[in-house]
Design a protein around this ligand. Sequence first.
Ligand code: AMP
Length: 623
Amino acid sequence: MSTFQELGLNKDLLNAITDMGFVTPSDVQLQAIPQLLTEERDLVALAQTGTGKTAAFGFPMLQKIDVDSRTTQGLILSPTRELCLQITNELKQYGKYCRGLNVTAIYGGASITDQARQVKRGAQIIVATPGRMKDMISRKLVDISKIQYSVLDEADEMLNMGFYEDITDILSHTPDEKSTWLFSATMPKEVSNIAKKFMYDPIEITVGNKNESTSNVSHEYYLVNARDRYQALKRLADAHPDIFSVIFCRTKRDTQKVAENLIESGYSAGALHGDLSQNQRDLVMKSFRNKQIQMLVATDVAARGIDVDDITHVINYQLPDEIETYTHRSGRTGRAGKTGVSMVIVSKSELRKIKSIERIIKKQFEKKDIPSGTEITEVQLMSLANKIHTTETGDEIDKYLESINELFEDTSKEDLIKKFFSVEFNRFHNYYQKSKDLGVVDSRDSGERRVSSNDTRYFINVGRKDGFDWMKLKDFLKEKLELGRDDVFKVDVKESFSFFNTEKETQEKVLAFFTDFKHEGRFVNVEVSENKGRSGGGRRRDGGGSRRRDGGGGGRRRSDDKRSDKRYSDRGDRRSRRSEDSGNRSERRSRRSNDDKARERRSENSGSNFSGSDRPRRSRRRD
Ligand code: AMP
C-alpha cells in the first residue's frame, strides 16, 4: 500500500491531505492507519516527532468520531502546551472538510473559563496537557466518561515530566472499553509499565529502532577543557555561518546565562526555559520560527514540542543527565526529510557518556576538533563569496551606484574584491589571530587515525545544500576516488562547501580526478585548503591553485578513462565555466594573498596570549 486512498481514508480527509500537499504516507502512517481504521484495538507506537505520528492517530480518530454528536469522544494527552496547540492545529487542518468538527485545546497558562466554554460548545476531540486536564475534571468542566479513543502522545516525555499520577487519574475517569493509542519516542521501563497497565493486547509498531535516532542526523563530539565550553560554542557557531540551531543546557540558569552571553557577543540568540512567562516564551518561539533568532538556547523541558522543521544543528552545550534525553534533543534536527547534525561539547570527565549514548542510539559519533581561527575565517569568507555570487540584484539599488562607482573609479576589479572581502576577513582574522586551539587529546583516539603532517586537507565546493552530510560525502569520495575505508577522513560538511583530508600521497590523484568532474550537472571544484589547524597538520599549501591547468590539457584525465568522454562532450558548458573559473581564480588569489599576510602577522604575534574582545562583531540581522 503506498497511497492515502489505499489506506482507507474517506473523501473529506483525502481532500485535506491533497490541500496540505502530502503525497505519500509516512512509515508510521502506513503501519497505523489501516489497522486503527478497521479494528477497535489498543496501539503502542515507537515513533519520534517528525515522523508524521500526529496524522497516524489523527486521521483514524477524525474518521471514526461522530461529528454530528456534541459528546467528547476523543482525548489526546500531550506533555506541553506547545505540542498541545500544535496537535490541535494539525487536527483542525486534517479535519477542515469534516463539517461540525470541534477540536479544543486545553492547557495551563490560559483562561480556564474560555476553555470550558469551548468544550461546552461540543468538543468531539480534546487535546490537553495533563495538569490542566486534571484540574478541569476536578471542577467538572469536562466530561470524558464517554470517550472512545484516548491518545498518550510523547508518553516518555509526559512520564519524565512527572505526569504519571495525573495520567492515571485522568484515565480513571474514562470508560474501560475505549481504545488507547500510545506514542513514544523511546521505550523506557516506565512507558512499558504504563502500556501493560492500561492497554489490552496492543498492536505494536516501531518506526526505526527503539531509542534509535533518525538516519538523517549525524552525531559529532568536541572534546574541550570544561572552562573552554563557551568559547567552543562560539567557534562552532562561527564555523557554520548559516546555523539555525537549538542549544541545550542542563539548567535554567545556564540556559539564561549562555543566551545572554551570546546576545552580548553579537549573536542572534534567545533563551527558552521555565522561568520565563508564557508570553515571553511565545515571543522567543515566534522570533525563532521567523529566523530572527539563529540560536535558541533551551532547557530540555522548555524545548519539548518545538516543531520547527529546518533546524540545521542541535548543540549539546552540556549533556543531559538522563542519557535517553539525548534522543529527544537530536530529534529536533533532521526532520521532514532534511539532514541535520547533533553536536556535543564534552569535557574529559563526560567522555564515557558518549559511549553510552552510542549504544542507545546505535550510531557512532565522529570525534571532531573545534575549528581553528584560520578555518573559521576561511569558512566565513567562502560563505560570503557564495552569498554574493548567488545574490539576485534589482534596479532599486541603481540610483546609489553612480556615486559608489565614482569612489572606486580607479580601483581595479582585483583590488576591489580584495578590499571587499577584507572587511569580513579582518573581522575574523583580528579576532582569532591570537586565539589558542581549544582541542584536548582524547584517549579514545589512541587507536584511531591521527592527523599528521603527511595529510592534505582539501576544500570542495559541495555541501549540505547538495544533499551531503559527512557520511555521504565520505562515501562519495571513497567511491569516486576508489579509496579504502580510512583513506578519506576529517570530513566536515558545511552548507555550500566542505573540507576533507587524505594522505598526502593521494593528493595528486585527488586533484587530478577533480580537474574536470561534474556532479549532477555541476562542476565540482577541489583544492588544497589553507586551513591546517589540528586537522590539517601544518602542511604547506602547495599546488592548491595549480591543479586547474589553463586550456584543460594538463589536468586532463587519461583518454582511456570511460567517464572522460562524457565529461568532455559538453564544450559550450566547459567554455562558460572557464570564464567563471578565471573569476574564481582571482578571488582565490585575493584570498590567498590575504592568508599569506595573515600568516606573517600570526608569526609576528606568536607568543602572545588570547585576550581579544568577545567575538568578531557581526551586524545584527534585520529580517
Ligand atoms: P509529526 O511527526 O506529527 O509532528 O509531523 C511532522 C510534520 O510532518 C508535520 O508538519 C506534518 O504536517 C508533516 N507530515 C505528516 N505526514 C506527512 C506526510 N505523509 N507527508 C508529508 N508531510 C507530512
